[in-house]
Ligand binder design. Structure first.
Ligand SMILES: [Zn+2]
Length: 668
């Protein structure tokens, strides 16, 4: 998963990279419907001789046991024709026997690393069998569990449900806004229930989908047949189904990227014009596939689909799947130069996850179904390494220039270098607490910290890459680690779990080094400052000057924030609203906090330019920067005794060292 740049770029000192998410996939044999040889049927043989009765009992129990041992085949029909109304209707046929049928609504969503399945949006729930409506009740200890009373003589339950997609704009991940007048993204986990007692790999779903008339679609889920706007999919394990979203829309463009490994972009937009990107854009994405194959040396999917949604009315984020992503950005993110630049890192990040996250996955994240809690302690590999490799591939594919990538890296490093929350929360705890931190408010970020294993992963894995290059005198690099850890023979979707020890052992196979101590120190230290060994070892250093980089000023303009964080420790929107103050820095020490609003600067109405002028004017003088601040109906003036001028981060070359970063970012 990756953050929407809009959200992460909450201020100039944002998280994640500057601006900016199959498992055992085998098809089960066709399953027999449950053979319910009820006791009643045994009674009917009352006149039989003893032996025959015993035989019948034996057959009955064997039948029941046989059913228990055969995982069910569920039929799922989703009607998305009312997507513009933001309601999705589904019906399911679920094998059942008399008694309690326990059904789950998926709770822990893969790639979201949190129990954020949108159960509150599950509505219109009815269960029927043999023409009767069945009683059901929610489990009192788990709101995602439903118990249905199944009467005798029933072998299949018909379930109906609606999924209520957000009606007004909601940010967030896959349960955020997902449908507009012209497009929709269907996440199967939102429109189904599954029976207790089986692994997600074991239950077969035969799904069909009806989309609005005239809409096209894209999905990695294999298709059995299509009849007009109704698509019938091949039976697939629940794991594969949930891992294979569908993008659909009136304006949908398919761009083939490569035959080997087979890959394409399926792009849905709120307008046809938004799909008309300059030709070099497609060349960069073709290059991304090529460069990824060179990085990993093999691939683990049948046919990869970049599912790319261009809309200002859907939640913006990226979510990984084994054979696709689900990435959503601004409507004009392909046609507008600035918007394209600011979203350039998203698809490389999600694509890397097909190898790092889906094929190779921390054991604690490879849960058998969607109800078991996930353990997120290795997200510094799952997301951290992905963030680094996404950064590398963004440059190697030409989606950003090396200089633009360095601008990104400078801001990432500077932000993490000014993070007081590091004093109490180490990197390991940002991963351990991820299921909560994904939903933390932006206020108090600098003291709370957030999911910093993303941006700090970039810094620390760069450091690993630099150490490998130094220790092997340039003969090896992170590419060798990726070949070893993520490569092997090319396969379809597969899952290979790992532990901390496996990561350390693989690094040691690339080059012997005390990797255990390296990572233990990186995960448990409390600073001071960010881990900058990778940047410095790669021949660069972080400096500050009075001119924001191209990437920083583009982001500030597009996402409406004022990049004053490094000067004043004050992060604010361009309307003066304060999103955060850095504990220990000048604004916080003066008494300003998040949630307040700057009304005026030195007696003049606030604007980004007025604030900037005041910072420049106070440089090297004794004059203060006076901020009139509103705090819940009260006004107060704070005098900031700051004279250091503007401060914007950059990377500059250290000529005494070889330019390893240059080599890292060069196309292979
Ligand atoms: Zn991710």
């Amino acid at each position: 998963m990756n953050f929407p740049r809009r959200d992460i770029q909450r201020n100039d000192t944002s998280r994640a990279s500057l601006y900016a998410r199959v498992v055992d996939c085998y098809i089960l044999n066709d399953l027999l419907p449950p053979q319910i040889a009820s006791i009643a049927s045994i009674r009917r043989v009352g006149r039989m001789k003893h032996a025959r009765i015993l035989g019948a009992i034996c057959i009955a129990f064997c039948s029941i046991l046989g059913w228990s041992a055969s995982a069910p085949n569920v039929t799922l029909s989703v009607d998305a024709t009312a997507a513009p109304r933001k309601i999705f209707h589904a019906t399911l046929k679920i094998p059942a026997i008399a008694g309690d049928l326990t059904l789950y609504y998926p709770k822990w969503i893969p790639g979201e690393h949190a129990p954020d399945g949108p159960v509150v949006d599950l509505a219109g729930l009815f269960f029927k069998a043999n023409g009767q409506t069945l009683k059901w009740r929610r489990d009192l200890l788990d709101g995602f569990t439903i118990h249905v009373d199944v009467p005798a003589g029933v072998s299949e339950v018909d379930a109906e449900l609606d999924f209520l997609s957000p009606a007004t704009f909601e940010s967030g991940f896959s349960s955020g806004s997902s449908a507009t007048a012209k497009l929709a993204i269907i996440s199967w986990n939102q429109v189904l229930l599954y029976p207790k007692g089986w692994k997600a790999d074991e239950i077969t779903y035969t799904a069909s989908l009806k989309i609005p008339e005239g809409w096209k679609f894209g999905t990695p889920l294999p298709i059995a047949s299509q009849n007009g706007n109704e698509i019938h999919f091949a039976p697939a394990p629940l794991t594969t189904l949930v891992d294979s979203p569908v993008i659909t829309g009136e304006f949908l463009k398919v761009v083939p990227l490569a035959e080997e490994p087979r890959s394409e972009m399926d792009i849905a937009a709120d307008s046809g014009a938004a799909l008309d990107a300059p030709p070099e854009v497609w060349e960069h994405y073709k290059s991304l596939v090529d460069q990824a194959l060179k990085l990993f040396g093999a691939y683990h999917y049948r046919h990869y689909h970049f599912l790319y949604t261009l809309s200002d009315h859907v939640a913006h984020f990226g979510l990984e799947h084994h054979e696709s992503d689900d990435s959503r950005v601004d409507e004009r993110a392909l046609v507008d130069d600035t918007a394209r630049k600011l979203s350039a890192g998203l698809l490389p990040h999600e694509y890397v996850h097909s190898w790092n996250g889906k094929f190779r996955r921390p054991a604690g994240l490879a849960t058998p179904d969607y109800q078991q809690p996930m353990q997120t302690d290795l997200l510094w590999v799952y997301e951290g390494l992905t963030n680094y490799l996404g950064f590398v591939l963004t440059a190697r594919s030409g989606l950003l220039t090396a200089e633009q990538n360095r601008d990104d890296l400078a801001v990432t490093a500077a932000q993490l270098d000014h993070l007081p929350g590091r004093q109490w929360r180490n990197l390991q705890d940002t991963a351990d607490a991820a299921p909560q931190l994904y939903f933390a408010p932006e206020a108090w970020y600098s003291w709370r910290r957030g999911t910093d294993f993303y941006p700090e992963g970039t810094l620390t894995w760069l450091w690993v890459d630099v150490i490998i290059r130094q220790q092997t005198k340039g003969k090896k690099s992170i590419d060798d680690f990726c070949h070893l850890f993520h490569g092997g023979p090319s396969t379809g979707p597969a899952l290979k779990t790992y532990t901390f020890d496996d990561v350390v052992n693989a690094l040691n196979q690339v080059v012997p080094y005390d990797w255990r101590s390296f990572w233990t120190e990186r995960l448990t230290n409390h600073g001071p400052g960010a881990p900058l060994g990778g940047i410095e070892g790669s021949g660069w250093k972080v400096t500050y000057d009075e001119t924001p980089s191209e990437m920083l000023s583009s982001a500030a303009g597009m996402f409406h924030f004022v990049p004053a964080g490094f000067a004043l420790g004050l992060n604010l929107r361009d309307d003066g609203g304060i999103t955060d103050t850095t504990e220990g820095q000048i604004a916080a020490k003066a008494g300003i906090g998040p949630g307040m609003k700057v009304i005026a600067v030195n007696g003049r109405r606030f604007s980004p330019e007025v604030l900037r002028d005041a910072i420049v004017a106070a440089k090297g003088t004794t004059a203060t920067v006076d901020l009139l601040v509103e705090n819940a109906d009260y006004y107060k003036t704070y005098k900031l005794d700051y004279h250091g001028g503007e401060m914007y981060p950059h990377l500059v070359r250290e000529e005494s060292k070889p330019d390893l970063l240059g080599d890292i970012l060069k196309a292979k």
